[in-house]
Design a protein around this ligand. Structure first.
Ligand code: SAM
Length: 371
């Protein structure tokens, strides 16, 4: 029943979620296809593959990108608990199933991932977790993937239901002092299992913050958990409802490779700002948009200057990674390069021409101008 409603037509927030996947896969696959290792893409909550209005779901997005950028070098695995969705998906992807590059599995993600996670050898792995609620996305299920040998590439994209996080936190019940210890404890344990610890309690039960601030703080804690598990580069993107602007889901990305962070930062920045702010800016005066952009650029220049002052002598590439990590999704790559250029022209940063080309490039080393 849930599948029927979900796949009846793609909602605006679902479109944005798909863009974060669809825009990331081409540069990601083009990059990892150059390595000699086979690529495994796992969509653990695959669904039917296509919505009733004809738009592509994650399985089609994945297969189309993989065929274009990693043909013959990938295996895609799609898991579905629901029999109807499994059948529809198997039919939809039949040409790739027959060609041997796609496998559709019926059963729960929890069960399949337990085995799969330990059988991947040296393959390059991309795991996509997009459940309806939170079930099946427990940290322990990610663990075999987080524990993979560091020499092998592993990236995970999770899409968590923000409403389910609010519900399981039972904030109002806790703050009112109402008691039903057994139910509450089981909800809280479930949430801790998904978020990888109980750090969320202080954040979700904080009395001085809004619902939005609470969920963003929890996602920052979730990123820290992933980082502690060895995924040094992480980022989260809130996916908002097109009507009321409420955060519906949080898409979180983690990788051990800094290039992935930079690509994902740029991709989520573009997808988010085009989807959310595009509509807002459409109905505002051009002058207002311009002044917003100027403020945005000035803020970015301050961030660059602070980072260069804190880490003098790092390359433009290294500073970019630091900013993508500390201000994930806030700034586009081209704006960052432009900010460095302006700071140089204004005499606020100096640089060492490592390549000897007399032009700005990613290897140039940056210094605050008075160093
Ligand atoms: C949010 S939808 C996924 C949508 C899909 N990513 C897309 O873009 O088209 C979640 C899907 O996971 C399936 N599902 C639910 N529980 C599951 C489980 N434990 N294991 C595997 N699949 C499950 C549901 O039937 C549903 O089709």
């Amino acid at each position: 029943m849930q599948d029927k409603g979900f796949f009846a037509g793609k909602r605006s927030w679902s479109r944005l979620k798909d863009r974060t996947l669809g825009d990331y896969l081409p540069p990601y696959l083009a990059k990892v296809a150059k390595r000699r290792r086979r690529i495994v893409i796992v969509d653990a909550f695959a669904g039917a593959g296509k919505f009733d209005d004809g738009t592509a779901g994650s399985p089609l997005i994945i297969c189309q990108a993989a065929e274009k950028h990693a043909k013959g070098r990938y295996d895609a695995v799609f898991i579905n608990k629901d029999r109807g969705s499994h059948t529809k998906l198997s039919h939809l992807l039949s040409r790739w199933v027959e060609a041997g590059s796609v496998v559709t599995l019926r059963g729960s993600a929890e069960e399949w991932l337990k085995d799969l996670g330990t059988q991947l050898g040296d393959r390059t792995v991309f795991l996509y977790m997009d459940p309806f609620g939170l079930k099946g996305c427990e940290f322990s299920i990610l663990q075999p993937f987080l524990d993979r040998d560091r020499r092998y590439s592993t990236e995970i994209l999770t899409s968590l239901d923000a409403g389910a996080i609010h519900r399981l936190a039972t904030r109002n019940v806790v703050l009112d002092g109402r008691k039903d210890p057994s139910t509450m404890r089981s909800y809280h344990d479930r949430l801790s299992a998904v978020l990888g610890g109980d750090y969320w309690k202080d954040l979700m039960w904080d009395t001085g913050s809004s619902a939005e601030e609470r969920i963003i703080a929890v996602m920052s804690g979730y990123r820290s958990q992933l980082q502690s598990a060895g995924m040094l580069y992480t980022g989260s993107c809130p996916i908002r409802d097109g009507h009321d602007g409420k955060i519906q889901r949080i898409v979180t990305f983690c990788s051990r490779h800094e290039d992935a962070l930079v690509i994902m930062n740029d991709n989520m920045h573009r997808a988010y700002h085009e989807a959310v702010e595009g509509s807002r800016w459409d109905c505002t005066l051009p002058g207002i948009r311009e002044s917003e952009m100027n403020n945005h650029q000035a803020a970015l220049r301050d961030v660059v200057l602070r980072t260069v002052t804190e880490f003098p002598g790092q390359s433009r590439r290294q500073v970019r990674v630091r900013i993508a990590q500390s201000h994930f999704m806030e700034y586009a790559d081209r704006d960052y390069n432009a900010a460095v250029k302006t700071l140089d022209e204004d005499g606020r940063v100096g640089w060492e021409d490592v390549r000897g080309t007399r032009r700005h490039n990613d290897d140039m080393k940056l210094f605050p101008s008075d160093t």
